[in-house]
Design a binder for this molecule. Structure first.
Ligand SMILES: *Cc1c(COP(=O)(O)O)cnc(C)c1O
Length: 389
């Protein structure tokens, strides 16, 4: 019997299931010949705002730009300090640095991989010019927003959510991410749960002033044309992307539920291997933890990634073993940001954030996309079983 191939994502299968809807939406835009911003983008902005329980949404060129626009709208600039996790995608801290501000790193909670509120507090104590906190809803699961919002209130700074991986995820209070902080930032990169056919992003807010500033900033600060109030950038969302995203938004809940169900299936199959949900220390496997654990609420964790832990010394060998059996995996993220060369001048070193460093060595992302078939999930678990004696 030949190996079952298991890609990390399968966008072709997804496209096959919505092909005619996409064709119709694209044709609508092509007939209008309006390609940048415009009514298609406005319609998407309304739909995303209401989906996230925010008053406004501002489409832009990418998730990275959504973060940049958010921080710019809040007036973050040279010398300002902004707290974010060290265990995240580069853009979280890159957007802070690009404004001349200083990322102040905090560690993660080992169970959820999300920002630890205690570590945020410790980071805040090191700050002199703290201007914002940027939690990341990592892998599709909400960070502990209640705790972080309360902390931010005490510190009198706004929270900007990096929700790039987590559209549709609900926080501990049951709200979808992106609706309760100053600004929520989302990415429509093709591999996110709501992916465009190219780059795209959006920022959500219920603050009219911030919304207005972001709308200005994304068009070089001009209103009307040729009259510039702010120094912004060109970061607009294309109408074709908006049209695609509107089609896909209608399927998002179903796809997120399919990811949740795949995670549940992994849980059952791995249970036979004796693996359980939990943080390290890891002798065998540790599965992702859903926090808080409310199994009846599929939207709590949207599983943009399904990330397991394995012993650090076995991780890369396991990856190679799975690759040899046509199973794609990834490591998110092999190098925490405080150990990146470009942030060297910030003065951090190995040992500063032990949980992030341990996660960087132990984590492995398995295929979790909604189009997976049962036999593919079985193939992944079977192949891992064969690796561990
Ligand atoms: C994808 C991602 C971004 C950036 O999104 P782009 O659209 O690729 O610019 C930012 N933060 C996190 C955590 C991400 O995963």
């Amino acid at each position: 019997m030949g190996d079952v191939e298991v890609p990390l994502v399968d966008l072709k299968a997804q496209y096959g299931s919505i092909r005619s809807e996409i064709a119709e939406a694209m044709e609508r835009v092509l007939a209008s010949q309006q390609f940048v911003l415009g009514c298609e983008v406005e319609a998407l902005e309304d739909e995303i705002a209401s989906y996230c329980s925010a008053r406004e949404a501002i489409g832009c060129a990418s998730g990275s730009d959504a973060l940049l626009l958010a921080l710019m709208a809040l007036g973050v600039g040279p010398g300002d300090e902004v707290i974010c996790p060290t265990y995240t995608f580069f853009a979280t801290a890159g957007s802070i640095s690009r404004l001349g501000a200083v990322p102040v790193f905090a560690d993660i909670d080992p169970a959820s991989f999300n920002l630890s509120a205690e570590s945020v507090l410790a980071a805040a104590r090191r700050c002199r010019t703290l201007r914002a906190i940027v939690p990341v809803h990592l892998f599709g699961q909400a960070a502990p927003l209640d705790e972080i919002l309360e902390l931010a209130r005490d510190l009198e700074v706004p929270v900007v959510e990096d929700a790039a991986q987590a559209i549709g995820a609900r926080d501990g209070a049951g709200w979808r991410v992106g609706g309760r902080s100053a600004i929520g930032c989302f990415s429509f990169f093709p591999t996110k749960n709501l992916g465009a056919y190219g780059d795209g992003g959006i920022a959500t807010t219920s603050d009219e002033t911030l919304a207005q500033r972001m709308r200005l900033l994304r068009v070089h600060g001009s209103q009307p044309k040729h009259h510039h109030h702010l120094i912004g950038l060109n970061s607009r969302l294309d109408a074709l992307q908006a049209a695609v995203l509107r089609v896909k938004l209608a399927h998002l809940e179903g796809w997120n539920e399919a990811r949740w169900n795949n995670a549940a299936t992994y849980g059952r199959l791995f249970a036979e291997l004796g693996a359980a949900a939990g943080p390290g220390p890891v002798e065998g496997l540790a599965l992702p933890v859903r926090t808080p654990r409310v199994p009846a609420e599929p939207a709590l964790h949207t599983f943009n990634q399904y990330v397991i832990r394995v012993p650090a010394q076995a991780r890369d060998e396991l990856r190679a073993h799975l690759k040899a059996h046509h199973i794609d995996t990834e490591t998110y993220y092999p190098v925490p940001l405080h150990m990146q060369e470009c942030f060297g001048k910030l003065g951090y070193s190995r040992g500063d954030f032990p949980e992030s460093e341990l996660a960087a060595d132990q984590t492995l992302a398995l295929p979790i996309h909604p189009e997976l078939r049962h036999e593919q999930l079985e193939a992944v678990v079977g192949s891992i079983r064969a690796f561990f004696p």
